[in-house]
Design a protein around this ligand. Structure first.
Ligand SMILES: O=C(O)CCC(=O)C(=O)O
Ligand SMILES: [Fe+2]
Length: 337
């Protein structure tokens, strides 16, 4: 049960929400939680982010994708220090190279904290699988969206199958990650990029611990997100990867269409190795990430987990998909940033 101070804060946040001041409610609880972290406040923040989502705050900007010059000529996957990143760099990277690698998006302290939170969430998910009655709060608190959404058993099993835990089931991880992205300026930057305050996805925000013996499959996330949405995945490495631990394999080019799916692969939206090969494997890059580096890509980028038999280490990462609310793919269940 929340203690008195938390109850008061939550009541005050509800009052602000009733007066339609979502921003003030989020600010109140965020600042309180920064001063004294509490799972009740963190869970309430997620609930507000979900329930207060509105698709139509701003009209969509008319031309998409943005027409931008190639700011990274001669590079394959462009790299840039996160402190220098602008919305134009993101648009340019996506349009001309398929992705852009932001070095040092999260600092070491934030990475260490997040990695510990991810480990606790995984341990709690293991306990829960052994004993459905196990108490897992505060490490794992099953998220409950509004009733109109279908969500639960399947999504958790699917995340687990992919060596993941749903981000929203760890309100603490979501709090830390959003704080880290705010500190890195990504909230403002995405506002610039999308021309709308971004929303992120309940189903597509995943804490990952990827083992070196994982099975990888080529795909474009647009095969299930749809091609018409405006998306940005911030895929952040929380441990070094690309040499001893799985990274990502990414085509260093733009795709304006979905490539044919099917073949001897894991999901119906997977692309077979043979089909991927027809796009020129010489264009594939496996970035080497330091903890805190992030690859930014979208729903058209053709990629897979980048793994080799020689790898021996597990990699921690967070995959977090953002969308322009006006083009939100609703089955992915929205949360406002
Ligand atoms: O983390 C991985 O290996 C896969 C991530 C992925 O497919 C994605 O972020 O879209
Ligand atoms: Fe993906």
């Amino acid at each position: 049960m929340p203690d008195l101070i938390e109850e008061d804060l939550i009541r005050e946040a509800d009052r602000l929400l009733a007066a339609d001041d979502v921003g003030a409610a989020l600010k109140l609880l965020t600042e309180a939680n920064r001063a004294a972290p509490s799972i009740e406040l963190e869970a309430k923040l997620l609930s507000i982010r979900h329930r207060a989502f509105v698709a139509s705050e701003q009209p969509p900007i008319s031309s998409w994708p943005p027409a931008v010059p190639d700011l990274f000529e001669g590079q394959r996957i462009p790299e840039i220090a996160a402190a220098e990143l602008t919305a134009e760099h993101i648009a340019s990277g996506l349009a001309h190279h398929g992705s852009v690698l932001a070095r040092g998006l999260l600092d070491n302290a934030r990475v260490a904290e997040l990695r510990a939170t991810v480990d606790r969430a995984f341990a709690a998910a293991d306990r829960k699988r052994e004993d459905a009655e196990a108490e897992t709060s505060p490490d794992l608190v099953p998220f409950e969206p509004e009733e109109k959404y279908s969500f639960g058993i399947f999504e958790r099993a699917f995340a687990n199958f992919g060596s993941g835990v749903l981000g929203v089931d760890s309100p603490h991880a979501m709090f830390q990650m959003i704080e880290a992205l705010e500190a890195a300026g990504m909230a403002d930057l995405m506002m610039d990029f999308f021309g709308e305050r971004p929303a992120f996805s309940v189903k597509k925000t995943t804490l990952r611990r990827t083992e070196p013996d994982t099975v990888a499959g080529w795909h474009q996330d647009g095969a299930f997100l749809g091609t018409e949405t405006r998306a940005l995945n911030i895929w952040t490495a929380l441990s070094p990867c690309g040499v001893d631990a799985p990274s990502l394999d990414v085509f260093a080019r733009n795709f304006d269409h979905l490539v044919p799916t099917g073949g001897p692969d894991i999901y119906d939206w997977s692309v077979s190795d043979e089909t991927a090969g027809t796009y020129g494997l010489e264009d594939v890059v496996r970035p080497v990430f330091e903890a805190g580096d992030a690859l930014l890509f979208d729903h058209m980028t053709l990629h897979r987990t980048g793994v080799s038999p020689s790898m021996t280490k597990t990699r921690h990462a967070i995959e977090m998909w953002f969308f322009a609310p006006s083009t939100y793919p609703y089955e992915q269940i929205p949360l406002t940033l």
